[in-house]
Design a protein around this ligand. Structure first.
Ligand SMILES: Cc1cc2nc3c(=O)[nH]c(=O)nc-3n(C[C@H](O)[C@H](O)[C@H](O)COP(=O)(O)OP(=O)(O)OC[C@H]3O[C@@H](n4cnc5c(N)ncnc54)[C@H](O)[C@@H]3O)c2cc1C
Length: 414
């Protein structure tokens, strides 16, 4: 019997683990071997600790996690729904120009869920551990990559090697795979750093994701299951560095002023972490026997909380493309197969990136642009069909529907 083709996933972040889980539990699970490698140890989620890194997951991302059988566990352990989103500039969150998205307006129970990175990676790694055709290699650092006619060979720093029919690079913004294969990128540094922390407050978050556009960058407050809020505050790097070095009291005072009081007084915060921000896009997502996914292919501004959601759509797309190819008897590492994934995802990712970039620039303009911004927000708020489309886009419904067909287990078995 010929050996089953192997898919090697570089990077055990959420995107890499989700891709591996889709393949290891999908239509072709019995015809594939899936290996995931990561240089660093995986975090292990514990209920007593709140991971500072959280994601606002869209409905499409939730469906993907459901498809691989982990969403119920995520929901049971800790996921906070957000039912409204309020976007504003200036100091009044309820000004006529503020945007209000309410899940009830589109007949949905919520707009998404806030979930910790460590929790997602724990449940996905457990799901992979329970499938005999999947293997995780932790502490494996890639040294070099050799693409051959019928396989790709990866040499590791510890002297070992791995061989596969296709290598999927989900190894993040500074992708080693992308660098070693000299796949070109475009992009720029934002000269902004996102400060991430959790806060406790005197007022309820009202299951609302708050987004205030400040001159230095956007501030997001995301509702957490324990009543606290996750803060993602993008601001000029010099200001961020000053705040990272400030005392908790000084930091909370500046943050409280920036929130415009929407969740009341801030009473405590967890350790604050800074993420330097950049926009990056790989000019090509594919090469013979290699495809880039998630942040390795595109890194976007966190202002709309969509980077992970886009990466999970990549995961759904590449898994479906590889499965279709396998069922059709094609070589899954063939460039013409991988290009189908690139065609499906690159345009969407580029369009989203341009939108987030444009919004960040518009809100970074000086005071003279404020009436223009207020007009723009007010016009969207007053135009219900536009608001509806934006909400569906944020939920991932429009994009998700295309993939739902592929994700549905009933469809797969039909
Ligand atoms: C402040 C902030 C807030 C955000 N909030 C949201 C949000 O609310 N919603 C949302 O959708 N997105 C959000 N994002 C974006 C999101 O964090 C990223 O899009 C997402 O983490 C990308 O996942 P990934 O799996 O592609 O990469 P990563 O999470 O970067 O994982 C890459 C993995 O590859 C491994 N790796 C790296 N190099 C190597 C190597 N040489 N060999 C082996 N392994 C390697 C790493 O150890 C890591 O495990 C936010 C981003 C930031 C900065």
């Amino acid at each position: 019997m010929p050996r089953a083709p192997t898919v090697l996933v570089a990077g055990a972040g959420v995107v890499g683990l989700a891709t591996a889980a889709l393949l290891a539990t999908g239509r072709c699970a019995d015809r594939l071997r899936v290996q995931v490698l990561d240089a660093r140890p995986l975090p292990r989620w514990r209920a007593a600790e709140l991971d500072p890194r959280v994601y606002a997951l869209s409905r499409a991302s939730q469906q993907l996690l459901d498809e691989v059988g982990v969403w119920q566990r995520v929901a049971q352990l800790r996921a906070a729904p957000y039912r409204r989103m309020r976007v504003f500039q200036g100091s009044d969150a309820y000004a006529p120009s503020a945007l209000d998205f309410d899940s009830a307006d589109i007949g949905e129970p919520d707009l998404g869920h806030i979930v910790e990175d460590a929790l997602l990676r724990t449940v996905l790694a457990d799901a992979l551990g329970a499938t005999p055709q999947a293997q995780l290699a932790i502490g494996a650092q890639i040294e070099s990559i050799e693409v051959r006619a019928s396989e790709v060979a990866v040499a590791l720093k510890d002297g070992g090697s791995m061989h596969a029919s296709v290598l999927l690079a989900a190894d993040g913004t500074d992708s080693t795979v992308r660098r070693l294969l000299e796949l070109p990128t475009a992009g720029h540094l934002y000269r902004q750093t996102a400060l991430v922390t959790h806060v406790k407050s005197s007022k309820s978050h009202e299951e609302t994701a708050w987004q205030r556009f400040l001159p230095g960058g956007p501030l997001a407050l995301l509702p957490l299951a324990d009543g606290g809020s996750s803060v993602v505050w993008s601001l000029p790097t010099a200001d961020a560095e000053r705040l990272l070095a400030a005392s908790e009291g000084e930091f909370l005072a500046e943050l409280a002023a920036a929130t415009a009081g929407v969740i009341g007084d801030l009473t405590a915060c967890s350790k604050c972490v800074g993420f330097p921000l950049q926009a990056l896009h790989a000019l090509r997502y594919t090469a013979p026997r290699v495809a880039l996914l998630g942040d390795a292919a595109h890194t976007v501004h966190p202002l709309a909380g969509q980077g992970m959601n886009l990466g999970l759509l990549d995961a759904a797309s590449i898994a479906a493309v590889l499965e279709d190819a396998l069922l059709a008897g094609e070589d899954i590492g063939d460039l013409k197969v991988l290009r189908r994934y690139e065609r499906e995802r690159k345009g969407d990712n580029l369009a989203m990136m341009a939108v987030f970039d444009g919004i960040n620039r518009l809100f970074g303009l000086p005071g003279w642009a404020s009436p223009l911004r207020a007009f723009g927000l007010g016009a969207v708020e007053a135009t219900h069909p536009v608001k509806r489309i934006l909400m569906q886009k944020a939920l991932g419904i429009a994009a998700g529907r295309k993939h739902q067909v592929r994700w549905s287990r009933a469809d797969r078995q039909a």
